[in-house]
Design a protein around this ligand. Structure first.
Ligand code: NI
Length: 288
């Protein structure tokens, strides 16, 4: 089946389902079409407050079946869970972004652990190091990163790792937990070497809209090199809208632009990529 037919069939199914008020998953039909999963979004962000239902409708129509809303601070983590409780297709990750690393103390760590007990919480994230903006001092970022890696190990949850211009230290931190935690390098921006090191530690590599940008040649080479069994897809919305919609607020429906580019680079069908990345995401996050 070519992509146009696949999209059309999905849209028709979706409209029938909407009209008959039957939940999409009741007649989910994997033999007929394959679906995408947005492994990293922030629909709890204020820019989605007004039209979230429309955003979710557009995602479903484009075949984006599930979305993981990733936390960046305590409120964001809590709101992500509220959304996941309300909408069946949404999941959540909880954690403190390096920008707000100084907000995590022992009391809040306990609260974070309580949040993670919700059945829709599939990961600890996003956590990591950001030496580009350095909104928190490096030593505070490091401490908060290690604390949350330990929490993930204790809870047996995967981690979603944010890394900006901190490649060496991120690898150093992850090596401390080698064999004890699993996870994904979100919005990957590193070299082939960095990808190789992360894969060796059992990590997945997630690609966002930045692979579609004209100046991302190095990143596209990483995509071509990497095994299909290690790739995840994400929007990181509301940021990083793919080239075709660049400048707009990003949303899960736009994942299809990134997926098409990656399928083209891997020389496989969109369905092939969808099925592989769905399987990878489910294996990592144990969503179904
Ligand atoms: Ni993010």
């Amino acid at each position: 089946m070519n992509e146009a037919t696949y999209r059309k069939m999905h849209a028709v199914f979706y409209i029938i389902l909407k009209q008959s008020h039957v939940r999409l998953e009741l007649i989910r039909c994997k033999e007929i079409y394959e679906l995408l999963v947005d492994s990293h979004a922030h629909l709890q962000w204020a820019s989605f407050n007004k039209d979230l239902e429309d955003v979710l409708d557009r995602a479903a129509r484009e075949g984006v079946e599930n979305v993981v809303n990733v936390g960046f601070d305590f409120d964001g983590s809590r709101k992500g869970i509220e959304l996941a409780d309300k909408y069946n297709e949404l999941y959540a990750a909880v954690g403190f972004h390096p920008h707000v690393a100084n907000q995590l103390d022992d009391n809040i760590l306990d609260e974070l652990e309580k949040l993670s007990e919700n059945r829709k919480v599939v990961a600890i994230g996003e956590i990591g190091l950001d030496y580009y903006r350095k909104l928190s001092p490096i030593e505070v970022q490091w401490r908060t990163f290690i604390t949350q890696l330990s929490l993930a190990e204790k809870l047996d949850l995967p981690v979603i790792v944010h890394n900006r211009e901190a490649h060496a230290d991120v690898v150093k931190a992850l090596l401390k937990f080698k064999g004890k935690i699993r996870g994904v390098m979100h919005c990957f921006s590193g070299s082939k070497d960095m990808a190789r090191q992360c894969i060796k530690m059992g990590f997945y590599i997630s690609f966002a809209g930045s692979v579609t940008y004209p100046n991302s040649r190095g990143l596209r080479e990483v995509v071509q090199w990497i095994g299909l069994n290690r790739i995840l897809l994400e929007t990181d919305c509301p940021w990083l809208a793919p080239q075709d919609v660049r400048g707009k607020r990003n949303e899960p429906a736009f994942l299809v632009f990134t997926a098409r580019k990656i399928a083209e680079l891997k020389k496989i069908s969109l369905e092939g990529l969808a099925s592989a990345t769905m399987a990878n995401t489910n294996e990592l996050f144990r969503m179904h």
